[in-house]
Design a protein. Structure first.
Length: 683
C-alpha cells in the first residue's frame, strides 16, 4: 500500500474506542472531514521555481517502520503532532510549512502554507507512515530551532509508550480473577464476573441493620440523603466540588467489596472507559508496599519497582501539571505503621529516599506529588488517619443491593440452572438474602453451592443451616483475611479474643443495644484494632447526636454477627469453663447437679430465655446455639474447644427438647423459631 492508502486504511480500521469522546471537537471534526476529502482537493500546478528538485528531497530512514512501537497509533500521532504545532507562533508555523514545501515537494499538490494545521497534519499522515510523520516533524522542528516544541513531542511519545506498557502490565495483573476465595479456582476475565456494589457519597453510615426478626433503628445520624456513585464518579474529569482536593478516602466494612471496586476502576482506565483525563494510574496496595518497611525508599523507586516500564519517565513527568497521575493505595488497614501527621518531617522531593511512613504521611498530607490524585481504601479506622485540616472527600462502600445480589450469582455461576437454584436458595432464607449484601458472603455461598453441585449434581440439596455460613464467614475474616494485617495467633489467643468479644455481644444484647461508644469500649479488655481492623468482626463510625458534636461508636459487622458471637461465647463458656451464661442467679445452688454430665442444661436454659423474650431478641442466638452444636460446625471450630462434647446422643436429646416445647405450645408465636432450631440441628 502507498502511504496514503495505508493511512486511510488505518483510520478506517482504528478501534472507535481510541477516538475518545472528548476529541469530538471542531478540530477533530475537521480531521475526519479532511480524511474523507483525501486526494479530491483541487490540484494546483506547481511551478519549477516553487519547489526544489526531487533529487534534493532529504531522505527518510527506511528502518523507521521496522521499530514501530505498538503505542504509536493514528489517533496518538495526529494529536501529538497537532499539540506540538500548537506551541508554535504563527511565524514559526509558517516556517515549518515553508520547509515542508521546500524539502518534501512530492507530498503536496498545493502549497502547505494554504492549509490550516489540521489539514496540514492530515496531509502529512496521508503521505507518510506514522513513524515517518513523527520523524519528519522532529527534523523540521530541529531545523527551525524550536527546542521546546521538539521536547514536547519527545515527552508525548515517551509518555505514550509508558502508558501503553503500563496498561499491558495492569491488564495482566488485574484482568483476570479466581472464582473462589482460596484463589485456586478457574481464572475468568474480571468483566465476566464483576458486579459493582453500591457506593454512597456519605460515610459513617454504620452497619447494615436489616434483620429477619428484630426491628433495629438506624445506628448512624446521617440525615442528608446519600448519592449513589460508581467508580467512574471518583475523580471525575470535571468535578463540581473542588473543596475536597486530590484525596478520596474510600471506606467500607470487611468483605464489602472495596478491592474489587478498585480493580474495576483500574481496568476501566486501562480500557479507556473512564478517567481519560488521567495520564498514569499506579496501584500501590499496602499489602505490597509493606516490603519497604524498615528501609529508605523514594516514591519513584516504589513505582519503578512494581512497574519497571516507568523507568523511561523523567522527573518532570511526576510533577508537571500537564501530567495527571492517580495513585491507588488499597488497604490502609493492612498497614501497621504509625501515621504521625503532626511531627513527621516535610517531604516534597519525589526522589528523596525516606521511610515508608514518611512517604505515606506526606502523600496523604498533600505535600509530596501534590498535583496527583490519591485514592485510599480502608476498613473503618480506629484512629483518625486523615488530619482535620487536610481537604479530602469520604465515600463508603455499602455492598450489594438486592438486584446486584442476583446479578452476582448469575455471573459467578456460568451454568444458568445452577445460578437460578442458588438465587432461589438464598431467597428462601431471609437472613442469607440479607447477609448477601456483603460480596464476601456471596462468594462463600457460591463456593459452597458449587462444591455441592460438583460432588452431588445439580439436583443436590443445599445446606439448610445458616450457622454454617456464619462460621465460614467468621473464620475467613479471622484467619484468611487477618493474616495480611497481623501475625498468626495461637488457638488460645484466638479463643480468648472470641470469649471477650462474645461476652460483649451478650451484654449488649441483654441491654437491647447494637452499638457502644468508644469511651465505653476503653473500659473493656479488648483491642479495638483487633476487633475493627484485623478481624473485621466490628466496625467503627461517627455519630452526631447534637450539632457540632460527634461521638465514635463501635458495632458488630451485622446484628446477626453479634447474635452469632453471643451463641459462640455461650458454647465456649460451657464447654471450656463449665459456665452456663443463661443460668438464672436463683439457680446457682443447683449448679453442681448439672456440671459435667448434664450437657443439655445450658440448652434448656437458653430455650427458656428465648421463649420469655417476647421481642425475639434471643431467637437467633438460640438458632445459632443449636447450629454450632451440629457436627459440621463442631469440626470447623475444633481448635477453639478444650474438651469434647460429652453427650454422645446430643442431636437426639436436643431434638427431643425442642419438640417437647413445640408440643407444649406455651408460646404459640415462638413455635416457628423452635422449628428453625430443628433445621439448624440438621434434623
Amino acid at each position: 500500500l502507498s502511504p496514503a492508502q495505508s493511512y486511510k486504511s488505518m483510520t478506517s480500521e482504528e478501534n472507535s474506542d481510541e477516538m475518545r469522546d472528548e476529541d469530538r471537537s471542531p478540530t477533530r471534526y475537521k480531521q475526519e472531514t479532511s480524511i474523507q476529502r483525501g486526494f479530491h482537493q483541487s490540484v494546483e500546478v506547481k511551478s519549477k521555481d516553487d519547489v526544489s528538485d526531487p533529487s534534493d528531497e532529504p531522505e527518510i530512514n527506511e528502518n523507521l517502520n521496522k521499530i514501530k512501537h505498538p503505542s504509536v497509533t493514528v489517533a496518538f500521532t495526529f494529536k501529538a503532532i497537532c499539540k506540538t504545532l500548537e506551541q508554535l507562533s504563527d511565524f514559526q508555523l509558517l516556517q515549518f510549512k515553508s520547509i515542508l514545501w521546500k524539502d518534501y515537494p512530492q507530498s503536496f499538490n498545493i502549497p502547505p502554507q494554504t492549509l490550516d494545521m489540521v489539514d496540514l497534519v492530515d496531509r502529512l499522515l496521508e503521505c507518510y507512515s506514522l513513524e515517518e510523520s513523527l520523524h519528519l516533524t522532529r527534523t523540521i522542528l530541529t531545523k527551525i530551532g524550536q527546542k521546546s516544541a521538539l521536547e514536547l513531542l519527545e515527552t508525548l511519545c515517551i509518555r505514550n509508550e509508558v502508558r501503553y506498557e503500563l496498561c499491558q502490565s495492569l491488564r495482566k495483573i488485574y484482568g483476570e480473577v479466581s472464582e473462589d476465595l482460596a484463589m485456586e479456582g478457574e481464572k475468568r476475565p474480571f468483566d465476566d464476573v464483576f458486579v459493582c456494589p453500591t457506593i454512597t457519597s456519605t460515610s459513617n453510615n454504620g452497619p447494615n441493620t436489616e434483620h429477619e426478626v428484630l426491628t433495629i433503628e438506624k445506628l448512624h445520624s446521617n440525615s442528608k440523603p446519600a448519592k449513589m456513585l460508581t467508580t467512574r464518579d471518583i475523580f471525575p474529569s470535571k468535578s463540581d466540588d473542588v473543596r475536597y482536593g486530590n484525596l478520596v478516602f474510600f471506606t467500607g466494612v470487611a468483605g464489602s467489596g472495596k478491592s474489587m471496586a478498585v480493580r474495576r476502576l483500574i481496568l476501566d482506565w486501562v480500557e479507556e472507559r473512564s478517567h481519560k483525563h488521567v495520564d498514569f494510574l499506579f496501584p500501590l496496595p499496602f499489602r505490597d508496599i509493606k516490603q519497604f518497611e524498615g528501609k529508605e525508599v523514594s516514591i519513584v523507586d516504589m513505582i519503578q519497582t512494581f512497574y519497571p516500564e516507568t523507568a523511561k519517565l523523567r522527573r518532570k513527568d511526576f510533577s508537571n501539571e500537564d501530567c495527571k497521575i492517580l495513585f491507588i493505595f488499597d488497604g490502609l488497614d493492612e498497614y501497621n505503621g504509625e501515621l504521625d501527621f503532626h511531627n513527621i518531617s516535610y517531604i516534597i522531593d519525589e526522589i528523596c529516599s525516606v521511610s515508608l511512613q514518611k512517604i505515606v504521611v506526606n502523600l496523604m498530607r498533600g505535600r509530596l506529588l501534590y498535583r496527583s490524585l490519591f485514592l485510599v481504601t480502608s476498613r473503618p479506622q480506629v484512629k483518625g488517619c486523615i488530619p482535620w485540616d487536610t481537604s479530602h472527600k469520604r465515600i463508603e462502600m455499602r455492598g450489594f443491593s438486592d438486584p446486584e445480589k442476583d446479578e452476582y450469582f448469575k455471573k459467578r455461576l456460568k451454568d444458568a440452572d445452577q445460578a437460578a437454584r442458588v438465587i432461589a436458595y438464598i431467597s428462601s432464607y431471609k437472613t442469607l438474602r440479607i447477609m448477601c449484601h456483603l460480596p464476601l458472603f456471596c462468594s462463600l455461598v457460591a463456593d459452597e453451592c458449587e462444591r455441592i453441585f460438583r460432588e452431588q449434581g445439580i439436583q443436590a440439596e443445599l445446606p439448610k443451616s445458616i450457622t454454617y455460613m456464619y462460621t465460614k464467614l467468621m473464620l475467613t475474616l479471622m484467619r484468611q483475611h487477618r493474616k495480611f494485617r497481623a501475625p498468626d495467633r495461637t488457638p488460645e489467643e484466638e479463643r480468648n479474643f472470641l470469649m471477650k468479644l462474645g461476652k460483649l455481644a451478650f451484654d449488649m444484647l441483654e441491654k437491647d443495644s447494637f452499638k457502644i461508644t468508644k469511651y465505653q469500649w476503653t473500659d473493656l479488655d479488648i483491642s479495638d484494632r483487633e476487633a475493627v481492623i484485623n478481624s473485621g468482626l466490628c466496625t467503627q463510625y461517627l455519630v452526631a447526636p447534637f450539632v457540632l458534636h460527634q461521638e465514635e461508636y463501635v458495632s458488630f459487622l451485622h446484628p446477626t454477627m453479634q447474635e452469632y458471637l453471643t451463641a459462640l461465647y455461650a458454647i465456649l463458656s460451657y464447654r471450656n469453663l463449665g459456665k452456663n451464661i443463661f443460668e438464672q442467679p436463683t439457680k446457682n445452688k443447683f449448679k453442681a447437679m448439672f456440671k459435667g454430665h448434664k450437657e443439655m442444661e445450658m440448652y434448656k436454659c437458653a430455650v427458656e430465655k428465648s421463649l420469655l423474650c417476647e421481642d425475639g431478641k434471643f431467637d437467633f442466638v438460640l438458632r445459632f446455639l443449636f447450629g454450632l452444636s451440629a457436627q459440621t460446625n463442631q469440626d470447623l471450630l475444633e481448635s477453639l474447644y478444650t474438651s469434647p462434647l460429652k453427650c454422645p446422643n446430643f442431636i437426639e436429646e436436643a431434638t427431643a427438647l425442642i419438640m417437647k416445647k413445640i408440643r407444649e405450645n406455651q408460646y404459640p408465636n415462638r413455635t416457628s423459631n423452635l422449628q428453625q432450631c430443628l433445621v439448624e440441628l440438621d434434623f
